[in-house]
Design a protein around this ligand. Structure first.
Ligand code: KG4
Ligand code: ZN
Length: 334
């Protein structure tokens, strides 16, 4: 069987072809970073229009790389939630059109759950039940993943997502967009102990997150208490120390909460996905914690952490249970 998947939830137009094993035959991503960089963040309307221009060429390229013709597609899958609604609508409309034209079933996949499924894909074997941690630009969530399709939410962010905090702090430090990779690069030159930033909820029982206090603490450290008369921008050494100390605060919270979730549920497996999981310092800290807790860590290669359509291979699990989506399928931003 050949599945064709489409992802357009934010600023990557992506398509993938995979089989029912699942085995990935192709994964094509057209990034819009250059379009949004000058605005310092993703502009929803710009993203939607760019998806519209790119989605069909990206699908054609995914088919070409997989060596599969359109008439060989047996099922169409699409991420229909969550994300920017205009952006999602492009992928959803396109998927519905293809399903009708090819007379094949349509499957809807949740983008957040798919970030965890990327761990299953990379592992090449079953990883459930496990604790799932999704750290992306829009979400920071902890799940008890009972099976590939049954997720119980254990906790989530009460304000900013981890990736959003990376992006905002990067902008504050003048490091550009997207912020995550820029902070990671900068942090390599800095001292993670130089500034003591808050680790919200770390000592708290609940498995929720909060990153807005951390962001504000960095803001006041960079600009001073009187924002009407901000301090001059930090020099290279101070900037690297700020980046490293901020990154360390995020890592301590993510690793601490994942450790709490493992201990509370007694599960011995941790799966981590989403763009922030591409951060090498976070990956190293998670590995250390997992080894200490004698838990198996599943974390995909970088290309499967940031947004892509291959992770929609979760559709294979839905196909096995005949969980088709109706042709009036809608896009859901949250
Ligand atoms: O999962 P993703 O590609 O898109 C969403 O679903 O949101 O995540 C994007 C987020 C952005 O906030 C980006 O700054 C962050 O992931 N990110 C990183 C790194 N690479 C991407 N954060 C920290 N370190 C990185 N290396
Ligand atoms: Zn994502």
């Amino acid at each position: 069987m050949h599945f064709l998947a489409i992802e357009t939830s934010c600023d990557e137009t992506a398509s993938s072809v995979f089989t029912e094993e699942p085995a990935i035959l192709s994964s094509v991503i057209a990034s819009q970073t250059d379009l949004h960089a000058r605005f310092g963040g993703v502009v929803p309307e710009v993203a939607a229009r760019a998806h519209l221009e790119r989605v069909l060429p990206v699908i054609d390229e995914a088919l070409r790389q997989a060596g599969v013709r359109r008439d060989q597609i047996d099922c169409v899958a699409v991420h229909n939630a969550p994300g920017l609604v205009g952006a999602l609508l492009v992928g959803v409309s396109c998927a519905k059109m293809l399903a009708v034209a090819l007379n094949v079933p349509l499957i809807a996949v949740n983008h957040i759950e798919a970030h965890i499924y990327a761990c299953r894909l990379a592992a090449g074997r079953d990883i459930f039940p496990c604790i799932g941690l999704v750290v992306s630009g829009g979400h920071t969530c902890l799940f008890h993943c009972k099976t590939a399709l049954e997720f119980d939410l254990l906790g989530s962010t009460t304000d900013d997502a981890a990736g959003e905090a990376f992006d905002k702090v990067a902008s504050l430090l003048g490091l550009g967009f997207p912020g995550g990779p820029a902070i990671e690069r900068e942090a390599r030159q800095g001292n993670p102990q130089a500034f003591r930033f808050p680790r919200s909820f770390l000592r708290d029982e609940r498995l929720d997150f909060s990153f807005s206090g951390l962001k504000t603490a960095v803001l006041y450290t960079v600009c001073g208490q009187d924002l009407s008369q901000p301090l001059p921008p930090p020099g290279p050494e101070r900037r690297a120390d700020l980046a490293a100390s901020f990154q360390q605060a995020v890592i301590d919270v993510l690793v601490g909460k994942a450790r709490q979730a493992l201990a509370r549920t007694g599960l011995g497996r941790l799966a981590v996905g989403g763009g922030v999981a591409a951060n090498r310092a976070l990956r190293a800290a998670l590995e250390e914690m997992a080894t200490e807790q004698q838990a198996a860590l599943f974390i995909p290669p970088l290309s499967l952490c940031t947004d892509n359509a291959a992770m929609a291979a979760m559709a294979v699990e839905k196909w096995r249970r005949q969980l088709w989506a109706p042709l009036d399928l809608d896009a859901h931003p949250s």
